[in-house]
Design a protein around this ligand. Structure first.
Ligand code: V47
Length: 421
């Protein structure tokens, strides 16, 4: 989309500690970790949200995005036992499942018939499904529903596939990851979702999700994907046993990786190597770039229900709002901040659209990873509900495809807006 030219008016702040943050935001300069800590500590939450909103409006004007998509969790069988996860089952355990390729093909046909533009596919680390299951899945979708963009497999699954194909080398994981991604891309993979990042901290990793890839390998998967021209997203799972300082380090590691992607795309870095996209008139990365980049950060609030960490309360609504605002301000080179309505709820997502978020994800349909209360896996909303939520936040709803190109739609039939913007 073209860069909007909205002029932003400075805002009144109750906490003087936020003044340098506002000045840096207005100048499009990078915040330090210490300034991130100020954002987390301030009592003037609305002032903080106002700064994040100003940055978001400068980047996107009054546009806010959603898509017509379908999530699919192909299997919940997982070799790992992450403490925060209530989704996984062991093979043979009650409730364990894996979808057949026929089932997945039918889902894709159904999604395409209903007008979806994207299928978002993730699952557990299945101990016995062969590599061909994953490439067959992609080919079946591509053949049966060629209009769907396939966003699939977290970095954790990609490394699992490198392991089962014996391509993974602990000392140098990049070549095995590259091989897997090349095969998947050839079979129809269009981009990578942001899952599996959790929090990039070794203490938290070893306590809550030991056995999962560490931050360096997660980031390598995304770097290699970018080199292959695949766009990706990133997540941060917060509100469990991590500290706020851990979240800031996580965000810093992500933005450093994004600096590299943007520099490879021709963006000019400052003396410290930073490339920011938040300054007045900054040009946002455009679709059709041959080098990939992170499109969106998706802060994921921890849902304790049914997990081994069930005794924890999970983050409050205000902490969720604050984390959206901090994400917008710290991740100055991420084009989009997504308030995933399934995890944030649609009413909270409206608030977040006034606090740094510019995207609320899509119609979803099926979602098995987190379920509010006793909800089933059928968690669907309509494009009308998403548009209403965006309008309630005073913004203009823009239906986008996976690459944030504007979609024009009549019922289930859609096309990219012409000219592509
Ligand atoms: O990787 C697991 C998280 C992620 C819990 O890329 C939990 O557009 C909260 O990554 N409480 C999957 N979170 C979801 C995900 C995602 C969602 C929407 C959009 C995109 C995107 C990506 O969910 C997992 C894990 O980090 N998760 N269990 C839990 N109890």
């Amino acid at each position: 989309m073209p860069t909007p030219t909205t002029t932003c008016t400075p805002i009144n702040l109750l906490d003087p500690a936020l003044k340098p943050i506002l000045e840096k935001a207005l100048a499009g300069e990078r915040l330090t970790l210490a300034e991130g800590a100020v954002c987390y500590a301030t009592g003037d939450l609305w002032g903080l949200c106002g700064i994040a909103d100003l940055v978001s409006k400068r980047m996107h004007g009054t546009n806010a995005y959603y898509n017509v998509n379908r999530h699919l969790n192909y299997s919940n069988v997982c070799a790992l036992s992450c403490k925060f996860c209530e989704f996984y089952r062991k093979a043979g355990e009650e409730g364990a499942y894996e979808f057949s390729i026929d089932h997945i093909r039918n889902e894709a046909i159904d999604a395409q018939t209903g007008g979806a533009t994207e299928m978002h596919i993730v699952g557990g680390l299945h101990p016995t499904l062969p590599f061909e299951y994953y490439t067959d899945m992609l080919r079946a979708i591509r053949e049966a529903a060629p209009g769907l963009h396939i966003k699939a497999f977290t970095a954790v699954e990609i490394v699992h596939l490198a392991r089962i194909t014996k391509k993974h080398k602990q000392a140098d994981p990049a070549p095995g990851i590259r091989w897997v991604l090349e095969q998947l891309k050839e079979a129809g993979l269009g981009s990578l979702p942001g899952g599996g990042a959790e929090v990039f901290d070794d203490r938290v990793h070893d306590d809550a999700f030991k056995g999962k890839i560490r931050s360096d390998v997660w980031l390598t998967v995304h770097q290699v994907a970018h080199e292959l021209g695949l766009n990706t997203n990133a997540t941060i799972l917060y509100g469990h046993i991590e500290e706020r300082a851990d979240r800031l380090v996580h965000m810093d590691m992500l933005r450093t990786t994004q600096d590299e992607a943007l520099a490879a795309m021709g963006y000019k870095a400052d003396a410290s190597g930073a490339v920011t996209l938040t300054g007045q008139g900054a040009v946002q990365p455009q679709p059709n770039d041959t080098h990939g980049y992170f499109q969106a950060i998706i802060p994921l609030p921890f849902f304790p229900d049914g997990s081994d960490l069930e005794a924890l309360p999970g983050p409050s609504g205000l902490e969720n709002l604050r984390t959206i605002a901090v994400s917008r301000l710290m991740l100055d080179n991420f084009p989009h901040v997504k308030a995933f309505w399934i995890m944030q709820t649609l009413p909270m997502a409206e608030l977040m659209l006034q606090a740094g978020a510019d995207d609320i994800d899509g119609t979803v349909v099926w979602y098995d990873i987190t379920k509010v209360g006793h909800a089933s896996t059928h968690q669907e909303t309509t494009a009308v509900d998403l548009e209403n939520a965006i309008r309630n936040a005073g913004l203009e709803p823009i239906e986008r495809d996976t690459r944030y190109r504007r979609v024009t739609r009549e019922g289930a039939s859609w096309r990219l807006a012409d000219p592509v913007s």
